[in-house]
Ligand binder design. Structure first.
Ligand code: FE2
Length: 308
């Protein structure tokens, strides 16, 4: 496990990669590797990058992480309101282009998935990560696996694609052993494994979501899998031993590079870096080429239970 570097020459000009090659890339991701592109395969016009880098200085409100929601084509964050409308529109267009370009690239690069993913949020992260003052559970510099408190995935995988836009500085990550090796290290009483959901609860949850009630009754929206993933996220961040002594590797991701990783299975933390673009995908569990490595596959094997 670690990092797999994708050299420029491995990317065919225009056309799709061979099915065998694309399958290998999916497999490497699902085994818990970071796929790293020393030179980003995503087209990012220089003037757009310059605009993003100067946004903070020119529009005083635009200094926090900004989310782009592809499903409704909106940039969220009250901060945007403070900016002048031309800057807001330009930011919106750049984030929309980025989301579409990454998705277009991944359609071929990860062909075995056949786009069986849901486009989740994208984001622009202009703040320096080193020394950010955030509540413990929201800190990015503590090792964790990703889980979304308000958006359960029901076993769908969290795949994230990043670009380091900083003109000179690396983005500094640490990663730990992936899920399959991680979870068995903790005694069951430290981190309770999920229990199977009863058929009745599963049926009620599905019916509630079908009637649009899922949002009103959040516990019905979450499967035992989602509960566990959220608990694991919090447990890792709060576990001082793991933070101090857990196995880790350091990565210094250079300006102009891209990388992607399943952040629900690879514990990670960002220690330093500024100006990143990111797009998240929720990849269908049925699309996995190596489901035995997935958090759902590992947990169902450990518990012998159906968890979504
Ligand atoms: Fe994360």
């Amino acid at each position: 496990m670690g990092m797999v570097t994708i050299p420029q020459e491995a990317l065919p000009d225009g056309g799709p990669p061979s099915p065998e090659q694309a399958h290998r890339w999916c497999q490497q991701l699902e085994e818990g590797n970071i796929l790293f592109f020393p030179k980003t395969p995503i087209a990012l016009p220089d003037e757009d990058v310059r605009f993003l880098l100067t946004l903070e200085q020119t529009s005083s409100g635009l200094h926090k992480n900004l989310a782009y929601k592809p499903a409704i084509d909106r940039v969220s964050g009250a901060d945007v309101k403070g900016a002048d409308s031309a800057a807001s529109e330009r930011l919106h267009r750049i984030l929309r282009d980025y989301s579409q370009n990454v998705t277009e690239f991944l359609k071929n690069f990860l062909m075995p998935y056949q786009s069986r993913w849901q486009l989740d949020y994208g984001s622009f992260r202009p703040q320096e990560e080193q020394g950010r003052d955030l509540p413990l559970r929201r800190r990015n510099d503590l090792m964790h696996t990703d889980a979304f408190p308000t958006r359960p995935t029901h076993g769908a995988r969290i795949l994230r694609f990043f670009n380091n836009l900083h003109p000179t500085k690396t983005r500094d990550w640490i990663t730990g052993e992936p899920f399959r090796a991680l979870v068995p290290q903790f005694a069951p009483q430290q981190i309770a494994l999920p229990r199977e959901q009863s058929t009745l609860t599963r049926w009620t949850a599905k019916a509630a979501c079908g009637m649009g009630l899922g949002r009103a009754i959040p516990e019905l929206k979450r499967s035992p899998y989602d509960d566990f993933m959220m608990r694991l996220h919090n447990f890792l961040k709060e576990n001082e031993d793991y933070q101090a002594q857990g196995k880790r590797e350091a990565w210094f991701l250079p300006p102009g590079s891209s990388w992607m990783v399943y952040t629900d299975m690879v514990p990670h933390a960002v220690l330093a870096g500024q100006y990143a673009l990111e797009q998240t995908y929720l990849v269908a569990p049925e699309a996995m080429v190596a489901p035995e490595h997935s958090p759902l596959g590992v947990l169902q094997a450990l518990t012998g239970k159906k968890l979504v």
